[in-house]
Design a protein around this ligand. Structure first.
Ligand code: NAD
Length: 493
C-alpha cells in the first residue's frame, strides 16, 4: 500500500565517487597512516564517497593548527564586520553550489532531493544570520558602582572548539554551530559523521575560496570512537559542540569533564504532538504526517508520538493513516519523493525491531511496518496504535518513519504523559482553546513548544533541549554567546 516513486531522476547517479581529504592548517591532506574510509549509498548500490580517514595523530595536528590560528590571529582579533563579510560570502557560495551540495547529501544520506535543496538554503540562511550576530554581539557596562568605579563585562571567543555532527542533516547541523563559533572569533576542528562527510568537506572548500585564514577551520573525517576521544579530551580544546545521540552525548560529557571544558549538547527527542477535539483538523493531520515522515523520521524534532484526545482518537487516526498512504516513498533523486532511504541496513533493522517489539508489547501496526523496495534501505510509513505510555515505542527515539499513537482523557493527563519521558526537545499542541495551548506551552518540559504549528524554525529563535535532549542552546542571540567567555573588567578612577 506504499505510494512508491521511481523513474525520472533530477540528475543521474554519478559514476565517480566523491573524494575527500583532511583539511589541516589550510592544506588538504591524506591520512598520516594511509587510512581510508568509503561510503556506500543507502539508496544506490555503489560507493559514493572515499575519504582519507584521520588518525589520532592527524586529529592532534588539526587541534594544534586551530590553537595556533587562535593564538596568532588575526581571526580571533578582527572586527565583527570583517568576520561578517566572510560569513556572507560563504552563504553566497553555498547557494551557487546548492544543487551539487544537495546531490551529495542525497547520495550519502538517502534523503529526498527537494528536502536536500531546502537544507542547503536553510544552512546558507544560518551563515547569514551568524554574520548579523558577529556585528551585533556586545557586552555590558556598569556605571552605577559609585562615582570612582566603572566596569564592563565583555564577551571573548572561548578559543578552540571541537564540532562533532551527526548524519541526519549534515550541512544544516554544522551550520548551526560553525558560523556562530566563527562569528565569535573561535577557531575549530570539525568532525562530520563518517556516514555523511561530503557536504562538510565541500563547505571546507568554500571556506578556502572566500579566503578564511589557514588553521581557523580544520576538518577530520573518521570513526567517532577512534578520534572522538582526542577531540573531547585534548587540553588545547576549550569547548566541544556536539549534536548526536544521547548515549554518545553522555560519553562526551564524561570525557570532557577531565579538563572541565565547556560542552554543548544537542541530543535526541521523543516529541509529542497533543491533539484536542477543537483543533483545526486538516492542519493537525497535515502537521502530524509531515512531522513523522520528514527526513524519513530521522530527525531530532520528529513528532514521533501523538497524544490524541480519546473522543476523536479513532477518527483522527484514520485521517492520519489515509494521508500517510499518499506520502510518496522511493528513489530520493526523484523530485516527487517525500520519504527516501534509511541511513543504513543496521538502522533499518533497528527500526523494524522496534515495530516487532511494539507488537509483542500489545500495540497494533495499523499501517506499514515493513521494509520496502529491493535496492536500497526503505521503510514504509508506519502507524502504531494501541500504544500505551510505558511501551518502548512511546519513550525511545526510533529515528524512522514510525508514528506512535497514544490517547488522553484530559489536559492534566496529556501534560503528564508528555512530561513522563527522559527527552525534552520539542512538543506541540493542536487546539482552538488558548488556555489549553498556553498550559501546554508553559508546563511541558521541552526546549521548543509549537502551538498550532509544527517544526517552524527561525534563526532568530533559540534551539535546544531540556532533560536528556541536551544542554546549551543554539541559534538566536544565544547561538554566538555559547562560543564566548564572559570577562569582567573593573576600573578605579
Ligand atoms: P551518534 O551519536 O552516533 O554520532 C554523532 C557523531 O558523534 C558522529 O560524528 C560520530 O562519529 C561521533 N561519535 C561517535 N562516538 C563518539 C565518541 N566516543 N566521541 C566523540 N564523538 C563520537 O549520532 P548519529 O547516529 O550520527 O545521529 C543521530 C542522533 O543525533 C539522534 O539521536 C538524533 O536525535 C540526534 N540529533 C539531535 C539533534 C538536535 O539538535 N537535538 C539534531 C540532529 C540529530
Amino acid at each position: 500500500a506504499v505510494n512508491w516513486v521511481e523513474g525520472n531522476r533530477v540528475v543521474d547517479v554519478p559514476t565517480e565517487p566523491f573524494k575527500g581529504r583532511l583539511l589541516i592548517n589550510g592544506k588538504w591532506q591524506a591520512s598520516s597512516d594511509g587510512g581510508q574510509l568509503s561510503r556506500v549509498s543507502p539508496a544506490y548500490d555503489l560507493v559514493v564517497a572515499e575519504y582519507a580517514k584521520a588518525s589520532v595523530a592527524d586529529t592532534e595536528a588539526a587541534i594544534q593548527a586551530a590553537q595556533h590560528a587562535f593564538e596568532q590571529g588575526p581571526w580571533s582579533t578582527i572586527s565583527g564586520a570583517e568576520r561578517a563579510k566572510l560569513l556572507n560570502q560563504v552563504a553566497d557560495q553555498m547557494m551557487i553550489r546548492q544543487q551539487e551540495l544537495a546531490v551529495l547529501e542525497v547520495l550519502e544520506s538517502g534523503k529526498p532531493i527537494s528536502q536536500a535543496r531546502d537544507e542547503v538554503a536553510w544552512a546558507a540562511e544560518l551563515w547569514r544570520y551568524a554574520a548579523v550576530s558577529a556585528r551585533s554581539m556586545h557586552g555590558d557596562s556598569h556605571n552605577q558602582l559609585g562615582q570612582d568605579m566603572l566596569a564592563m563585562v565583555i564577551r571573548e571567543p572561548i578559543g578552540v572548539v571541537s564540532i562533532i555532527t551527526p548524519w541526519n542533516f549534515p550541512l544544516l547541523i554544522v551550520s548551526q554551530k560553525l558560523p556562530f563559533a566563527l562569528a565569535a572569533g573561535c577557531t575549530c576542528v570539525v568532525k562530520p559523521s563518517e556516514l555523511t562527510s561530503a557536504t562538510t568537506l565541500v563547505l571546507g572548500e568554500i571556506l578556502q575560496t572566500v579566503g578564511l585564514p589557514a588553521g581557523v577551520v580544520n576538518m577530520v573525517v573518521g570513526e567517532g570512537p577512534e578520534i572522538g576521544p582526542t577531540l573531547t579530551t585534548h587540553p588545547m580544546v576549550d569547548m566541544v559542540s556536539f549534536t548526536g545521540s544521547t548515549g554518545v552525548g553522555k560519553a562526551i560529557s564524561a570525557a570532557a569533564a577531565g579538563t572541565l571544558k565547556k560542552v554543548s549538547l544537542e541530543l535526541g527527542g521523543k516529541n509529542p504532538q497533543i491533539v484536542f477535539p477543537d483543533c483545526d483538523w486538516e492542519a493537525a493531520v497535515d502537521a502530524v504526517v509531515f512531522g513523522i515522515y520528514f527526513n524519513a523520521g530521522e530527525c531530532c524534532n520528529s513528532g514521533s508520538r501523538i497524544l490524541v484526545h480519546e473522543s476523536i482518537a479513532d477518527e483522527f487516526t484514520k485521517a492520519v493513516i489515509a494521508k500517510s498512504r499518499q506520502v510518496p516513498v522511493g528513489d530520493p533523486l526523484c523530485e516527487a519523493t517525500k520519504v527516501g532511504a534509511i541511513i543504513s541496513a543496521d538502522h533499518l533493522q533497528k527500526v523494524t525491531d522496534y515495530i516487532q517489539g511494539a507488537e509483542q508489547a500489545g500495540a497494533k501496526v495499523s499501517l506499514g511496518g515493513q521494509a520496502q523496495g529491493s535496492d536500497g534501505f526503505y521503510m514504509a510509513p508506519t502507524v502504531l496504535t494501541d500504544v500505551t505510555p510505558e511501551m518502548a515505542v512511546a519513550n525511545e527515539e526510533i529515528f524512522g518513519p514510525v508514528l506512535s499513537v497514544l490517547t488522553f482523557s484530559d489536559l492534566e493527563e496529556a501534560i503528564e504523559i508528555a512530561n513522563n519521558c527522559l527527552f525534552g526537545l520539542s512538543a506541540g499542541v493542536w487546539s482552538a482553546n488558548i488556555d489549553n495551548c498556553l498550559a501546554i506551552g508553559r508546563r511541558v518540559k521541552a526546549g521548543t513548544v509549537w502551538l498550532n504549528t509544527w517544526m517552524s524554525g527561525y534563526p532568530e529563535l533559540s534551539f535546544g533541549g531540556y532533560k536528556e535532549s541536551g544542554q546549551g542552546r543554539e541559534l538566536g542571540k544565544y547561538g554566538i554567546e555559547e562560543f564566548t567567555e564572559l570577562k569582567t573588567i573593573q576600573m578605579h578612577m
